[in-house]
Ligand binder design. Structure first.
Ligand code: HEM
Length: 463
């Protein structure tokens, strides 16, 4: 263990009741409890959900030890022999797998998301964004649910970049299937009293039905592509052609299904929530919103944004970074100790369950100036948090987000694309964050859509 790591005291959260532990409070408001327990009891705490004991670590040094320095000792929590939680939905894809399977898949998939490919992807993202918000013209002056809109937009972006297929026709079914399956995954993981899948409850049946639909969708897209043999230059082509540079082998059908669904789900849900929170933050910070619109108007002059424009939109990027700080789509990263070890001087037995509280880290008063304030300008002029691992929206170490470049282009690009045409005003009083694998605004966010008076160049005049 490095000398610089301070020692921590592990505090047991009081109030555990027999058998259930802290499950009652956690089930009602998981994010709020993770935040409150951290505020009350510190950076290294322990609580119980039924028979499971969890450690919540909310300090950059502990995050670095677990995610980076001891990454080989802290594995994902899923067991391919007995899938639980997200693994019930995503199978053995990149997010849920561990060990040699994960290593091989990561080697195959990482090059697909290389930064150098993102410029071409950005053009597609912008095209999809333009088409999607063209339908908004009918809603100008009306109230929309911006969280639902961002989910549909991000879903269409990943559908088009991944499969070169529009999902607009199936969007309601897909959104429903993902909502049901992810809620099921979250509840089955965090609630030890959840009945296993083989028990014929209405909820289990519903889960099986939506999974059949998602499987059919993925296998159908794979079969179609194999038959057509056409080249689309999209993510699916790259996935089908990808070979392990060490063995020369590609992915089997089951592996392709798991990875396609993983990228499809991980690739839109996170970005959509980040965008929804960003519109909320802008709507509640008029000065920042005015500065954002000024930058977008000045740089784009009415043009549709491209990847190259992003370097001239620093404030827009800063807004996105700041939104990821306050509302990280992955507010707690889960790991399991594969062997007994120590972290920050604290002994952990093999099998210990650990959460890295990114939501807490991002608001830690020891590492951020005015941590609760939305201040995009903190990201300008190179200001960075006082500790490297105090900001982890994309995780860190070998399991860091493989789609980081994709998301870092998509987020600011879609913000600029929408901000150039529309102004969004909050049309509800309270917005509550809800942890449901990702961090969502509970019940959506109602916003009034107002068209902006900006000269939009016709496509023929665009270079
Ligand atoms: C703002 C958007 C996004 C955020 C905040 C985000 C966040 C994260 C985080 C925190 C992790 C690490 C989880 C852990 O350590 O347990 C992760 C992993 C992952 N992300 Fe993202 N992500 C975003 C967008 C994307 C996109 C666009 C894609 C794909 C197109 C993607 C695909 C993945 C995959 C496949 C993994 C698993 C990587 C591995 O374990 O090897 N993500 N993401």
């Amino acid at each position: 263990m490095p000398d610089s790591v301070p020692s921590f005291t592990l505090v047991d959260v009081p109030g555990a009741v027999p058998l259930l532990g802290h499950l009652g409070a956690f089930k009602k408001q998981p994010l709020q409890m993770l935040s409150a327990w951290w505020h009350q009891h510190g950076d290294a705490i322990r609580f119980r959900l039924g028979p499971k004991t969890l450690h919540l670590f909310s300090h950059p040094d502990l995050a670095e030890e677990i995610l980076v320095q001891q990454a080989d000792r802290f594995v994902k929590v899923y067991d391919p022999q007995r899938p639980t939680g997200l693994a019930l939905v995503l199978g053995n894809g990149l997010v849920t797998s561990s060990g040699e399977v994960w290593k091989r898949h990561r080697r195959i998939i990482q090059p697909i998301f290389h930064r150098s490919r993102m410029s071409a992807m950005a053009d597609r993202m912008a095209q999809v964004g333009e088409q999607r918000i063209a339908t908004w013209d009918n809603h100008a002056g009306r109230t929309i649910d911006i969280a639902a809109e961002m989910m549909q937009l991000a879903l269409e972006v990943i559908s088009q970049t991944m499969f070169t297929t529009s999902m607009t026709q199936h969007i309601d079914r897909i959104s429903h299937a993902l909502r049901v399956s992810i809620k099921y995954a979250f509840d089955s993981f965090s609630n030890p009293l959840f009945l296993p899948l083989w028990v014929p409850t209405a909820r289990n049946r519903e889960f099986r039905t939506v999974m059949q639909f998602l499987d059919g969708l993925m296998y159908g897209l794979l079969a179609e592509r194999r038959q057509s043999r056409a080249q689309h230059g999209d993510l699916l082509d790259l996935l089908l052609q990808a070979r392990d540079e060490e063995t020369g082998e590609g992915l089997s059908d089951q592996e392709l299904r798991d990875e396609a669904l993983t990228i499809f789900a991980a690739g839109h849900e996170t970005t959509a929530n980040a965008l929804a929170w960003t519109w909320y933050l802008l709507a509640t910070h008029p000065e920042a919103k005015a500065r954002f619109h000024e930058e977008v108007d000045r740089v784009l002059q009415g043009r549709v944004p491209s990847a190259d424009d992003l370097q001239h939109l620093p404030y827009t990027r800063a807004i996105f970074d700041e939104s990821l700080r306050l509302y990280p789509p992955a507010p707690a990263l889960q790991r399991k100790a594969a062997t007994s070890t120590t972290v920050g001087g604290l002994p952990l037995p093999a099998g210990a369950l650990v959460l890295i509280g990114t939501y807490n880290l991002h608001r830690h008063p020891a590492f951020w100036r005015d941590p609760e304030q939305f201040m995009p300008e903190r990201w300008l002029d190179g200001e960075r948090p006082a500790a490297r691992y105090a900001y982890l929206p994309f995780g860190a170490g070998p399991r860091a987000c493989v789609g980081i470049h994709f998301a870092s282009v998509e987020g600011p690009l879609l913000l600029a694309l929408i901000g150039r045409r529309y102004d969004l005003h909050l049309a509800q009083e309270r917005v509550e964050p809800q942890l449901m694998v990702t961090l969502r605004p509970k019940g959506g966010i109602k916003m009034m859509l107002q068209a902006r008076q900006v000269s939009v160049m016709s496509p023929s005049k665009q270079g």
